[in-house]
Design a binder for this molecule. Structure first.
Ligand code: AMP
Ligand code: GLY
Length: 419
């Protein structure tokens, strides 16, 4: 089976590793990929954009396209739409349902229409209108456009809100777009993932992401500095049933009612508020770094599972997840998240034992063949254990073997929010 995976980060590295371990024999291709990803897959030669990607897949006879990241699902005519036209099964939704991630207002209207719990909001056109819609602090301001993950501000006071509104709505730092003023929710966050095939779905192992740069959830928001995953330990069965009944099933049914076919991973970013679980955001892909924590727990024939699902038949029995805990610790480069430093050489990668997996998020190989930093998040070190404590002991033991100048690493992944 020929599979092409779209993306270049730790999530795609983890997906490709899991696919490569399937009993079904596979030839894996990747675009844009990375040097580390090319140790498990072949680069899609000559591909530079969506049309040349589709041409490549047709020419090579690709049996399945897996959208690791969302960008191509929302670009141009949409990766999944073009795959459909070309007769290539695609795991990842078409452009219209992908707006659940691509447009915060589209997602809010969808949730409202289908009675799915989320924070209250107002959509505004100008800084003045946004200001008028704020009813108290803290408040959450979300720019509804492309902002490279920097479009959300949790504002604790008027000064902070004014500064963000000035930057985004007056100076137009991210270009045109509306501003959502959203109710501030409180409670632990949790990431729920489902494989969705039109009206059917399977909930996968839940995870928690640590989004802030520093220990104790201090510092700036990042793409994620670590994650913890457990099939049964993170979310009690009763709570998972509530999440399923009030959020996951109504979402899948809502897509059906709205006439939107959805085939792909659907990510529910939730906050467990005192009034029950509420959605903070949808993403039409797996989480990163949650995927790196979840994939080592996966058993079964992932390649066959994804192909069958992309073709319209969900076969939950083709995969299963280990019990126990998996913890992912991100090693980030100097300056992250405000900036990132390239060219710092990684040491100790060869010292990491088989007890851990190392997925590359932002590295490249230099002329000597050594991996060096080439991004904010550099590598994800992941290990598991029967208990959370054991997983923490192993993952931090292994992560300590890897080093590079300016490296940043949190020390409380899998501990904070549990004790
Ligand atoms: P988002 O980009 O929507 O995932 O938001 C980034 C982070 O901002 C989330 O992970 C939350 O920690 C925080 N956040 C987003 N929306 C809210 C909300 N309504 N209330 C409180 N915190 C929020
Ligand atoms: N872990 C957050 C995200 O993937 O968006």
């Amino acid at each position: 089976m020929k599979i092409l995976v779209v993306g270049k980060g730790g999530r795609e590295h983890a997906l490709i590793k899991a696919i490569s371990e399937s009993p079904t024999e596979t030839s894996i291709y990747s675009f844009p990929g990375s040097d580390a990803i090319f140790t498990l897959s072949q680069p899609a030669e000559g591909v530079s954009d969506l049309p040349t990607l589709i041409e490549f897949m047709k020419r090579e006879g690709i049996d399945l396209c897996v959208a690791g990241e969302e960008s191509y699902l929302l670009t141009g005519e949409g990766l999944a739409n073009l795959c459909k036209e070309a007769g290539i099964p695609c795991w990842g939704p078409e452009k219209q349902p992908a707006h659940l991630e691509g447009s915060k207002e589209f997602a809010k209207e969808f949730m409202l229409r289908h009675g799915i719990p989320t924070g209250g909001y107002a959509a505004t056109e100008t800084a003045e209108a946004a200001k008028a819609a704020i009813t108290g602090y803290p408040t959450v301001l979300k720019f509804d456009g492309l902002a490279a993950g920097k479009g959300v501000a949790v504002c604790t006071d008027e000064k902070m809100a004014d500064a963000f509104l000035q930057e985004v709505m007056v100076d137009r730092k991210f270009g045109e777009g509306r501003m959502l003023v959203e109710e501030f929710l409180t409670g632990p966050e949790i990431s729920i993932f489902a494989s969705v095939v039109d009206g059917e779905y399977q909930i996968l192992t839940p995870a928690r992401d640590y989004k802030r740069a520093l220990d104790g959830d201090g510092g700036a928001n990042t793409g994620g500095m670590g994650a913890v995953a457990s099939r049964t330990g993170l979310v009690e069965p009763e709570l998972l049933k509530e999440i399923d009944d009030t959020i996951v099933r109504p979402t899948v049914e809502g897509l059906q009612k709205d006439g939107m076919s959805y085939r792909g991973f659907l990510y529910f970013g939730l906050m467990l508020t005192p009034d029950g679980p509420k959605i903070i955001e949808y993403n039409c892909r797996f989480g990163d770094p949650e995927c790196e924590a979840v994939m080592p727990l996966l058993k079964g024939d992932f390649a066959a599972y994804l192909k069958s699902a992309a073709e319209g038949t969900l076969q939950p029995d083709l995969i299963s997840f280990d019990d126990g805990w998996s913890i992912c610790v991100i090693l980030a480069s100097a300056g992250y998240p405000a900036s990132s430093r390239s060219g710092d050489v990684l040491e100790g990668l060869d010292q990491v034992s088989e007890a851990a997996c190392v997925y590359h998020s932002g590295t490249k190989q230099n002329s000597e063949g050594d991996f060096e930093t080439a991004g904010g998040r550099v590598v994800a070190v992941v290990a598991g254990g029967a208990t959370r404590e054991k997983a923490r002991e192993v993952v931090y033991g292994e992560a300590a073997k890897v080093n590079f100048p300016g490296m940043q690493r949190r020390s409380d992944i899998g501990r904070l929010h549990f004790e």
